[in-house]
Write a protein that binds this ligand. Structure first.
Ligand SMILES: Cc1cc2nc3c(=O)[nH]c(=O)nc-3n(C[C@H](O)[C@H](O)[C@H](O)COP(=O)(O)OP(=O)(O)OC[C@H]3O[C@@H](n4cnc5c(N)ncnc54)[C@H](O)[C@@H]3O)c2cc1C
Length: 371
């Protein structure tokens, strides 16, 4: 099919009803013409996983309080960006814990927040014990995508200006914290050529991306020659993190630095208060709701379908479609397809209709690469 015919078809069929305007410079070959298509087919599906993002409309909780004779530091409720924010929020949590002045520290939770806090504290010389019901590879952090991108973790109508200002600082800190891990053997962190696509102009198009445009290398904003023919595109280098590799690696780092791990579930706060440590860092994610009586936190269910790996793919995208959002992150171990966010949904059973939507939706997008 010739390029112009393809684009006519695209405008008429795939983007019908939206205000997308598509144009290509005559005679120029789009940079994406050589992108290998994702082979999105049911017979290439290796697994489908469901996780519950720990969401708080006002944003994550990052503070400390005195409970009885203990200092309890909280770092939980990171919604869809707990991995992204880990080197920001968990390090602040570790700072609060150090300031409490005790050598022995209990860290509750062995997801990305708990592990990052534990590693930071152990490297500072604290005696750290991680207590957690679930360890990698069975935490929510293992299920995550992961694109390093600070989005979907608060409701702009509810978050305070103070939270937003502080969050901006922490985003930058978190970004810097991840940089040393890129391409480091065994950590599963890589750069990808990321595309944030839109049918309409998004707020971050004019206001800048979260944390500031300068932390998105090679950022371009274009309204022409965009991937899949979208009207708006922000393209930049973004970190893709394979959490199965990454969590194992930082867990090992934490252990090498001296952290101990105790697998146990706390039924209620009284069991936490019975711990021998006087300083406690609470990184229990969604579990914090029941354990610490936080009624603001709730799950945002997400389902991901993994395909066989395609080593030749090093681009990624988030694309709104008429049938909902679709995103694709390439890991060395497989291609991750995602795009669901079900608010206040606790059911972790994979939805077959959603698998079909993803596999067919990504196949349709891949088909648009043919010019
Ligand atoms: C489908 C999906 C896609 C995602 N994609 C991304 C992404 O692209 N980028 C990104 O940054 N983030 C992403 N996330 C979000 C990310 O997974 C979470 O924000 C992050 O995992 C939260 O980390 P955490 O350490 O706070 O919680 P968890 O990983 O849930 O860890 C909580 C720990 O606390 C323990 N715990 C809880 N309650 C108790 C208790 N009562 N007693 C003892 N232990 C307890 C648990 O066992 C576990 O060890 C995604 C999430 C999902 C579901």
């Amino acid at each position: 099919m010739r390029r112009r015919q393809f684009l006519t078809g695209l405008g008429a069929a795939s983007l019908a009803g939206c205000s997308a305007s598509v144009s290509l410079q005559t005679g120029s070959r789009p940079y994406w013409a050589d992108f290998p298509p994702v082979l999105s087919r049911m017979d290439r599906v290796t697994r489908t996983v469901v996780g519950l993002r720990p969401y708080r409309p006002q944003g994550y909780r990052l503070d400390w309080e005195t409970l009885g004779d203990k200092t309890v530091v909280h770092s939980y409720g990171h919604g869809g960006c707990g991995v992204t924010m880990s080197w920001g929020t968990a390090v602040v949590a570790a700072d609060y814990a150090s300031e409490a002045g005790h050598e022995d520290v209990a860290v509750l939770g062995c997801g990305v927040q708990g592990l990052t806090a534990a590693l930071t504290l152990a490297r500072r010389g604290h005696n750290v014990t991680i207590y957690a019901a679930e360890l990698p590879p069975y935490t929510t952090s293992n299920i995550a995508g992961v694109l390093w991108m600070p989005t979907t973790y608060f409701d702009r109508r509810v978050a305070t200006p103070e939270f937003l200002a502080w969050d901006r600082e922490l985003i930058r800190k978190a970004w810097l914290g991840f940089i040393p891990y890129v391409n480091r053997p065994g950590y599963g962190v890589y750069w990808a050529d990321h595309h944030s696509l839109g049918m309409q102009q998004r707020r971050d198009w004019t206001e800048g991306l979260p944390g500031g445009d300068d932390i998105y290398p090679e950022l371009t904003r274009t309204t022409e020659v965009n991937l899949f023919g979208y009207a708006y595109q922000q393209r930049f280098k973004a970190m893709i993190i394979d959490p199965d590799y990454y969590l194992d690696a930082i867990l090992q780092d934490a252990q090498l630095a001296g952290a101990r791990i105790v697998q146990r579930e706390f039924a209620d706060l009284s069991e936490v208060m019975a711990l021998p440590e006087q300083t406690i860092v609470n990184c229990t994610g969604l579990g914090a709701g029941a354990l610490f009586g936080d009624e603001d936190i709730f799950p945002v269910r997400g389902q991901l379908t993994h395909l066989l790996p395609q080593e030749e793919i090093n681009y990624s995208y988030v694309a709104p479609t008429e049938n909902g959002v679709l995103y694709m992150f390439p890991r060395k171990t497989g291609i991750v397809l995602g795009g669901t966010s079900d608010y206040r949904e606790w059911d972790r059973t994979p939805d077959p209709a959603e698998i079909t939507r993803m596999v067919e939706g990504h196949a349709e997008l891949a088909g648009r690469l043919r010019i």
